[in-house]
Design a protein around this ligand. Structure first.
Ligand SMILES: [Zn+2]
Ligand SMILES: [Zn+2]
Length: 259
């Protein structure tokens, strides 16, 4: 009886909150849903067919200058060649334009935690599309059957202390549920300087050695998730750590790509 009563109380609290502070679209502020139909239809989706398989850039197939994949393509023999980045493939769902930026910042800075499942759904959609297109190794960019677990690029200690939660842990958890894959919480971040005002080379140097693996990842094929790729420094550093500890491969999936 006590359990039934508490469920009823929770339900009415949620109803009361919705009445007082109705859910609004993060992009246009219309009451109703976190992401209204009109804004969902206008999201700047990256067409996986044309995206760079090595760094997720939106227009990089064959001619990407963001990662050196153009040079790798030129040297491909028999369809087998290492990726220009350490990840075996990178899949980004959206260009980092208005709606994608709002979704990412509203989750982590405005603490709208319900957005984690919206971001995860967008990433799952991109992964589904990317499963039809090859990575540089000739295999599908994403194959659920060829992934053992999902892990995520963790927040820096400063960001975690500021927000009180790790937004990518929430997104990775939601994506793991959608894809029915286990979540492997295997990475930690050590302190580094704020990346936002650093250039490409400085970002990579600033992150060197700051992502550590804290569990056994031997021979694991991992799907590594993060929110935004700018220079790729965070995803690449996390991938280097995973591979150096014996992971077989890491495929990266991010919500948005700065381009
Ligand atoms: Zn809207
Ligand atoms: Zn590229």
């Amino acid at each position: 009886m006590r359990r039934r009563a508490s469920r009823g109380l929770l339900s009415s609290s949620a109803d009361f909150a919705e009445l007082m502070w109705p859910t609004r679209c993060v992009c246009c502020n219309m009451p109703g849903e976190l992401l209204c139909d009109a804004c969902r239809d206008s999201l700047p989706w990256i067409e996986q067919r044309w995206a760079c398989p090595a760094c997720g850039a939106p227009h990089g197939w064959l001619t990407c200058t963001g990662c050196g994949a153009d040079a790798v393509h030129a040297s491909v023999v028999g369809g087998m060649e290492a990726s220009a980045w350490e990840c075996r493939a990178v899949v980004c769902a959206l260009e980092f334009a208005g709606p994608a930026a709002l979704m990412a910042t509203t989750l982590k800075d405005a603490h709208e935690l319900r957005l984690a499942s919206v971001l995860a759904a967008a990433m799952a959609t991109a992964l589904d599309e990317a499963s039809s297109w090859p990575a540089l190794d000739g295999e599908a960019r994403f194959d659920r059957a060829a992934v053992d677990a999902i892990c995520f690029v963790p927040a820096t200690p400063a960001a975690y202390n500021r927000r009180g939660f790790d937004h990518m842990e929430l997104v990775a958890h939601a994506l793991a549920n959608l894809l029915d894959l286990p979540l492997a919480d295997v990475l930690i971040r050590c302190a580094s300087k704020d990346q936002r005002n650093l250039g490409k080379q400085s970002r990579a140097e600033n992150l060197r050695g700051t992502v550590r693996v804290i569990d056994d990842v031997s021979d694991a094929r991992l799907l590594l998730v993060d929110d935004v790729i700018t220079t790729g420094a965070s995803v690449r550093e996390a991938t280097r750590s995973l591979l150096s500890r014996g992971a077989r491969s890491a495929t990266a999936c991010c919500l948005a790509r700065v381009w």
